[in-house]
Design a protein around this ligand. Structure first.
Ligand code: NAD
Length: 357
């Protein structure tokens, strides 16, 4: 990849390669845009096969964070970090301490938190070396693991989609195929089941699938079969890139709405869903609950659970606004969300320039 050209094409500000041989750290921090505020985004720890794969992932994820914070009305920019390694095998204190020092070196331009493969405990290690961390344990006065907030936000977004497609936001009796029952998917399954939905789940991790089967009594199908499940809503809550030319024709659902980041393999797949009459809840809008929750930590008043709850309920309205714009302009919901986020950033960019002059 010609990195600077790629950065130019999508307007990235900064990419930092971090290496600490002593502890085996190989990480990349990408800062996409800080127009609206410091770049916030989690650390993903994953056994990437190649450096290029890790770089592609961190760049895509950082940009999605810019859009996510902009869509949620937050004063935050977009960034992300990846640590190359197997979270089961390579996680250790020294690695995260070292990573924390790299975060500190950015002087607050990048604020970190958790993502796939990283836990609150890892963040506690990071916080030994930098104060630019959110999502620390609740006992530390922080908002804790963002996954329950993300799940609650997704649940509200799904209800908004149902209101549009079925004329009611009750989920009673609706059939939902849920892909991935990890940190977010598990909590989402609980909300959906409580609301009376009929779930089918799949997870490549047998223990995660068994947990929902045993604890929540939800049927499990093999991971490869989840796209073929006869359902009203398909909810991707595993990894990104799952909506593409091969999977779209297999979907039976009228709604695609889930927590995973970067669900569309390419932008055109959002248009294809719209063309087929499938309502897509743009991923970074519906899964913004975690960052909405974290952002409250950064306010002068600090984290407030009640306020967080009402802001997360607000994802319902945000999704409705995106749908309304898509209908008005006869574009896909994915494009409508992008336009809304881009317009907010463009407006802030103008204000910032005036202020600085
Ligand atoms: P997680 O690692 O806890 O859970 C992901 C689950 O998906 C795991 O159980 C994994 O085994 C499973 N999985 C992976 N590939 C699969 C496949 N092909 N088929 C079925 N299952 C598969 O991660 P998480 O925190 O629950 O996040 C899930 C998704 O939501 C990710 O894309 C993440 O980036 C996104 N997200 C998470 C948050 C958050 O607050 N944690 C916020 C916004 C977005």
């Amino acid at each position: 990849m010609n990195i600077l050209d790629y950065m130019g094409a999508y307007d990235y500000e900064q990419v930092v390669f971090c290496r600490d041989a002593g502890v085996g750290l190989r990480a990349i921090i990408a800062i996409h845009d800080t127009t609206l505020g410091p770049a916030l985004g989690g650390i993903r720890m994953w056994p990437y096969a190649t450096e290029e794969e890790a770089l592609t992932d961190v760049l895509r994820l950082a940009r999605a964070m810019t859009y996510k914070s902009a869509a949620a009305g937050l004063h935050l920019g977009g960034g992300k970090a990846v640590i190359m390694g197997d979270p089961q095998r390579d996680r250790n204190e020294a690695l995260f301490l070292s990573f924390g020092r790299f975060v500190e070196s950015l002087g607050g331009r990048y604020i970190t938190t958790e993502d796939v493969g990283v836990t609150v405990r890892d963040l506690e290690w990071v916080s030994q070396e930098t104060s630019h961390v959110t999502g620390l344990p609740i006992e530390a006065g922080s908002s804790g693991d963002p996954s329950p907030a993300t799940a609650f936000g997704v649940y509200n977004g799904i209800r908004a989609c149902c209101q549009e497609v079925y004329g009611t936001d009750s989920l009673k009796g609706l059939r939902i195929a849920l892909q991935g029952v990890g940190k977010v998917g598990y909590h989402l399954a609980q909300h959906l089941r409580e609301a009376g939905a009929m779930l089918t789940v799949a997870d490549i991790n047998e223990a995660a699938a068994r947990r929902v089967k045993e604890e929540l009594g939800i049927p499990v199908v093999p991971a490869r079969d989840i796209y073929d499940v006869d359902c009203d809503i398909f909810s991707p809550c595993a990894l990104g890139g799952v909506i593409h030319d091969e999977t779209i024709p297999r979907l039976k659902a009228k709604i695609v709405a889930g927590a995973a980041n970067n669900q569309l393999l390419e932008g055109r797949h959002g248009d294809e869903l719209a063309r087929r009459g499938i309502l897509y809840a743009p991923d970074y809008v519906i899964n913004g609950g975690g960052v909405i929750n974290l952002a409250l930590e950064l306010t002068p008043a600090g984290y407030d659970e009640e306020l967080a709850h009402s802001r997360l309920e607000g994802i319902y309205d945000t999704i409705q606004r995106v749908i309304a714009r898509a209908k008005k302009e006869a574009i896909s919901t994915a494009r409508a969300a992008d336009l809304q986020a881009e317009e907010r950033i463009a407006a802030a960019r103008r204000i910032k320039r005036l202020y600085l002059e």
